[in-house]
Design a protein around this ligand. Structure first.
Ligand code: ATP
Length: 135
């Protein structure tokens, strides 16, 4: 079994899609281990997205992710990292297939509803960043 960090980003929370996302991952067979609604401070957001620090969209991304409450989830199951990324769909929601979260609910690459860790290393780093007591 494996753990991954899932975020329902501020656009997903403001659009009332928290339940939809949780329903889909639970229906898949993944299990919730932790959940917290919170608004990120700038420092946590910059740490979370550190790999994108040099990208032209970084400042906008930090504004967006700190712009309102998000729902942070730790999700567990066999190959949970890959399983959730398949549920989420491609980063660009226009390219994400119908039936995926982004494919069904989003149109813009920044406002793409959810985040899921992309490797065991980032999952461990991100779970620890959001839920230091869980490590
Ligand atoms: P996440 O890490 O959120 O699961 P991802 O791994 O699919 O998404 P990354 O390439 O790591 O995508 O990008 C992280 C986030 O940065 C994206 O989810 C999106 O919100 C934003 N982003 C990525 N590319 C762009 C872009 N070209 N313009 C604006 N925002 C972008």
């Amino acid at each position: 079994t494996e753990r991954t960090l899932v975020l329902v980003k501020p656009d997903g929370v403001s659009r009332g899609l928290v339940g939809e996302v949780i329903t889909r991952l639970e229906r898949k067979g993944l299990r919730l281990v932790a959940a917290e609604l919170r608004t990120l401070d700038r420092e946590t957001a910059e740490t979370h997205y550190a790999e994108h620090r040099e990208r032209p969209f970084f400042a906008d991304l930090v504004e967006f992710i700190t712009g309102g409450p998000l729902m942070a989830l730790v999700v567990e199951g066999p190959r949970a990292i890959e399983a959730f990324r398949a549920l989420a769909g491609a980063t660009d929601p226009v390219k994400a297939g119908p039936g995926t979260i982004r494919g069904d609910f989003a149109l813009e690459v920044q406002n793409n509803i959810v985040h899921g860790s992309d490797s065991p290393e980032s999952a461990e780093r991100e779970v620890t960043l959001f839920f230091p007591n869980l490590a």
